[in-house]
Design a protein. Structure first.
Length: 258
């Protein structure tokens, strides 16, 4: 079933449609830094493009957009992801990777492309679904972990297997042209937004790094050792990039121990 937005999962633990953030009181057409309560962490967008922060500061700042309770208009520059899909995309059959997704028009660097939307699950339901899968089943569940300054980790699990959008057709690449950013609009439940890492030509397949490594810290020796030990359980990667790791990334914390 197609849904452009996240929906509550079968466990009902999280309602992504609930509005819990207060809105800003800006009456201008577009909110201004230092005057807007939604922008007190800084401005995330320059026009329609995401501002790069991780490369300069070593970490990514959280992205908060103006929400349904804000008094600013729909044309506010702090409303990007919530506007939804703006480019013409096409689902197509790849040679080795099953279905894929490509763009039919030029996409500029930093532009929002699409969301990875589906059922928002709690940890137990996400683990139950993954452990019920066979080796032949496709796994669409993504686990996103955000590391906070306090040392806490926030987890978001999204499953578009039964309900989702075009994001479910995106394939992995070890050298992707998209990167994922959790963007919050109405509540702390993030939208998993995919932005262009570089200029993307019309007809080019869209991809992102399933591991979340892109624009993040490099793989450590311990993590590399664990991945090599678990290779017997992992699926091969057919991205064809020069830096291909040969296997698709996976999250061992959700899978049963053999």
């Amino acid at each position: 079933q197609y849904s452009p937005d996240n929906v509550a999962g079968a466990d009902g633990a999280i309602d992504p449609t609930e509005i819990t953030f207060p809105g800003c009181s800006c009456l201008t057409s577009s909110c201004v830094v230092h005057e807007c309560s939604c922008l007190h962490r800084g401005q995330s967008y320059s026009g329609l493009c995401l501002r790069p922060t991780a490369e300069k500061e070593g970490y990514s700042k959280p992205v908060f957009e103006c929400n349904a309770m804000c008094q600013c208009g729909e044309s506010c520059q702090n409303r990007v992801v919530q506007r939804g899909l703006q480019f013409r995309l096409e689902v197509f059959k790849t040679e080795k990777k099953g279905w894929g997704l490509r763009t039919l028009e030029l996409i500029g660097k930093g532009r929002f492309v699409c969301e990875y939307a589906g059922e928002v699950l709690g940890f137990n339901e996400a683990r139950r679904r993954i452990r019920a899968q066979t080796s032949k089943d496709s796994n669409y569940i993504i686990a996103v972990r955000e590391h906070l300054h306090s040392g806490q980790i926030m987890e978001t699990f999204v499953d578009p297997t039964y309900t989702g959008n075009v994001g479910r057709f995106l394939n992995h690449s070890c050298e992707p042209n998209l990167f994922m950013v959790p963007v919050r609009v109405d509540s702390m439940v993030p939208k998993l937004a995919l932005f262009a890492a570089t200029e993307i030509s019309a007809g080019e397949e869209l991809s992102y790094d399933y591991s979340g490594r892109f624009l993040n810290l490099p793989v450590t020796n311990n993590e590399q050792k664990t991945r090599e030990e678990d290779n017997r359980l992992r699926k091969p990667c057919y991205c064809g990039s020069h830096a291909c790791a040969s296997f698709l990334p996976w999250d061992s914390s959700l899978f049963p121990t053999p």
